[in-house]
Structure formats: structure tokens, C-alpha cells
Design a protein around this ligand. Sequence first.
Ligand SMILES: [Zn+2]
Ligand SMILES: [Zn+2]
Length: 440
Amino acid sequence: MRVPPAAAGAILAGCLCLARALPAAELDAATLDALDAKELPSVIAWRRDIHAHPELGNRETRTAQLVADELRKLGLEVHTGIAHTGVVALLRGARPGPTVAVRADMDALPVTEKTDVPFASHVTTTYHGESVGVMHACGHDAHTAMLLGLAAALSAARASLPGNVLFIFQPAEEGPPDGEEGGAQLMLKEGVFEKYPPQAVFGMHVWAALSAGQVGYRSGPTMAGVDMFKVIVHGKQAHGARPWQAVDPIVTSAQMVSALQTVVSRNVDISTNPAIVTIGAIKGGIRNNIIPADVTLLGTVRTFTAEQRALVLEHMKLIVEHTAAANGATAELIFSDAPYPVTYNDPALTQRVVPSLAAVVGEANVRQVPPVTASEDFAFFAKKVPGFFFFVGITPAAQDPATAPANHSDYFYIDESGIAVGLRAMTRVVVDYLTSGGSQ
Ligand SMILES: [Zn+2]
Ligand SMILES: [Zn+2]
């Protein structure tokens, strides 16, 4: 559809790929499983190593070094320092075909690990002025290790591979530090997709809400788009004993917070897609007997379609303006100019690749998951080319995934049998896509 594979190939003409490559052969299920099985011990070792040495967004220097070293060992041309610490490598299959991108994220979270795994993190750092632990509480250690495993397995199959695979190791999925750019958006800005234009992009996320052995997906809107907002309510300061001389921004913002609850509950058709308006912070006032001049509210809006987003933002504007006016106050509603888009699984691509997932885990273990109200930086890649993002179960079979510690928990735990499944699933998705000729 979009790619001239020859153009991508020309950039890397002379790629020295692989002393240990297999001769050209059919990439059937048994061959692919054998390639993945061979890489699995390394994948687990990488994952544990990265888990023990977590790094926050835009600071993934050790992880990026490990990734780049392993990719170079495979004979791939490796580009580092993209969007600060990002690493990108292209594998050119020996047979002609499309280019696909596969993305993993590398960053950890400011969470103090409480699991008792032998490779638990003891790393600490300063975050927002406080001393905190650093933990791979979202499982990006597993994503990075699985993508390295995929690069190794597909490199070994290069002679038979009909097309090219762009491996993207992304920094700062959880957001860059204050005042910095980062993540998928910055990688795209620095031209990752222009240098190696892919026809499709794939990603996966280890997911506590699914058991190891299961994978999950949705077609269409999958993870929420997020708008961050700030409301500044301007009133008039006065002594707490003489409220009639004030325009009270605290009372005004209290009414606003209550009224904002009706934006979704009385305007949005939530029978098709959920929407959420959350106020997460209220800041105003300093003393018990002074009515302050201003109050600031901070919050997030989560939506799944452009129409729904427009509706929610418009009703918020009405409530903020008119509640302020009814109290004689004024208010500013300011949305971040960097919203996260909806993570959208292209329906045609989804339909095409789901059989690959089923071939690995069996029909019964492919679950359609409900809309996920968290957001995902992968959305930026999937806005550029058709994307498919799926979830890989990692909760031990003996545990109920509904109550297992969720992603971002300090007890987040990965049953590593899920990593083996994720590697096999992504291998099959990529190879099946290339074998069937991309979008041609
Ligand atoms: Zn996360
Ligand atoms: Zn994550």
C-alpha cells in the first residue's frame, strides 16, 4: 500500500546479515516455533537483566546499550540515540516483500518494587523531588526482551523471509520527564517511519487481566485517547468572616466538579464506547479563614472516538463557563496541546492477523477484551500506518486475573510462560503478514 520496499532496502544495501542464518525454507509453524524456542532462554535472561536494572523514560541508556549490542550481534544495521535513547534496526529478508514495523517500549516507572522475585529491582531515583524506587511495573522489560527475541529468530530465518522488519525500541512510553519531549511522537518527528516506511505496525502489551496462555485484542478503538486539562477559576479574595465581599472560587469549583460528573452520564452514549472525565487535583487556598482568589483543577478526559471527544470537550466548556458565570466568577479551561490519540486497531488488519494468534494459542484462548481506558503511546505509530496492538496474558494460572496485581502495581508479576507465548504470537503475526504479501 504505502511502501516501496526497494527504497527501504536501498538504504541498507550491503547489510551483513547473519552468519548463522538458516538456508531458505518454508517458514511453517514448526520451523518458527523451533526458532523461538531456541531464543527463549536468552529472552528470559534479557528480561530478568532489564527488570533488575530499570530506567525511567528518556533515561534508558543501559537498556538501549544492551538492545543495540544484541542487534549488532545479529548483523543488523542499528541506529541509536533516536528520540534520546531509542534504538531502531531493520532486518531485510532475502526475499522481496513488504516492510512491517514492530515496536517495544523500554521505560520503567517510579514505583518501589514489592515482589520477591530474585531479580527484583532495588534501584532508586529522585522523581518530582522525592526519593522513589524504579520498577518495570508495566512489563516493558518483557516487551524489550521479546522484541530482541523476535529480531534474533527472524534474523535466523532471513533467507526465507519475504520482506523487511523494522524493530523499534521506544523510550518514554509512560511519558517523558517534565519539560522534555519523548516517546513515539518524537521518534516519528525524527523520521523513523520516513527512513523505513512500513505498511503496518504491530505491538503487544503484557497484561495482568489475562492469564498466561491467553492473548486479547479488540478491533477498532482499543485503548482510550486522553486529553489532559486544567481549569483555573478566578474569583475575588476576602476574609473568611466576610464572604459577601468575596467571589468564592472554592464554592464555584466545588459546583464545577459536581456538574462535570454529568458530562458523561447525561450526554454520552456509553452503550457503545465508554468515556471518562476525572478531576485528579484541586489546588487553592492557604488558610482556614481566607477565601482565595483562584482555584486550579487538574484532570483527564478519556474517549474512544473523535465524535465522542468533541462532544465531551464541548459540554465541559459549557459547564465550566456557565458555572463560573452563575457564581460571578470567571474560568479558563485549558487542554494540553499534546493529547494522546486513541489506540486504534485497523479492522481489516485485525481480521487478517487474528487467525495467526489463534494458530498459536488456540481459538479459545484468544479473548476479545473490553475497551481499555488507559492510553498507549503506540497510538501515534498506528495513526501513521495501519496498526494492531494486542495483549499477552501473564497472570499465573492459579490466580484470578480479575484480582491479580494490575500493570503499574508494586506487586506486578509476570508468569514467564506468557513471554514465550507473546514471542510465538508476534513471530507468527509478522511472518504470516509478510508471507501473505502485506497489503498488496
Ligand atoms: Zn504503563
Ligand atoms: Zn505499558
